[in-house]
Design a protein around this ligand. Sequence first.
Ligand SMILES: [Fe+2]
Length: 261
Amino acid sequence: MSDFLGKGWAVFAPEPAVRDWATHALVGARRALKDPDLARWYQCEETWFVGLDAMQNDACGAVAGSAPLSGAAVDFIAAHCGGWPALHKGQLSGVFPGYPRPRAGETEAGFRYRRNRDAAHVDGVLGVGTPKRRFVQEPHAFILGLPLTQAAPDAAPLVVWEGSHLVMQRAFAQAYSGLDAGHLAEVDVTDAYQAARREVFETCTRTQVHGPPGSAYVVHRLALHGVAPWSRTAEAAPEGRLIVYFRPPMPGGVRAWIDAA
Ligand SMILES: [Fe+2]
């Protein structure tokens, strides 16, 4: 636990129950990748499948005939991340050789940020308007990642800046200090967020988070994270690098998102 609170992420070693879940989920994932109704999720010249709500799991995480999702990561979240909630439909994040290519409508600076900075972001901090201003509007309780395929560690892995959640927590606490808890989602946090991100890039170690099917990652809700480029020589299963993510909403909203451990 202290490790998670210091680093902002943890990888749980492969275990049979999670491996079994991932085997079933892969069947559902293959279906989703071919579903014409979900074709809009192919982005960046088909090198990325965004896959929001693409998994057809139930509230216990059961999918394509699997048992409910269980294991050490689930137990950890239940004990340390505010309890184990009913689950939304999982995000199927698929990345394929050649990532990143420019996303439709992306500026040159945006693409550079994707290629050189892994499109690093904190979940829930949404950009609104042009030029973009930032607001915390979809605060999540945690990020749980479940790899479905074998992929090399440099096949577009999840990257997390170690300790970045502490920098973000400080920055947001300051931006919101003295403000009414009911209106925090309307507070423009652009400047505080950008300054905190700069501090993270200068002071925190960028870490590749990787594991085979059967393992699980938990990322702190405030951690700066992104997706690294697919390195030229990296190999992966034919389906690509597939990870299912669960990011349930934070009970207590923005105030709790800042204040909880
Ligand atoms: Fe994210």
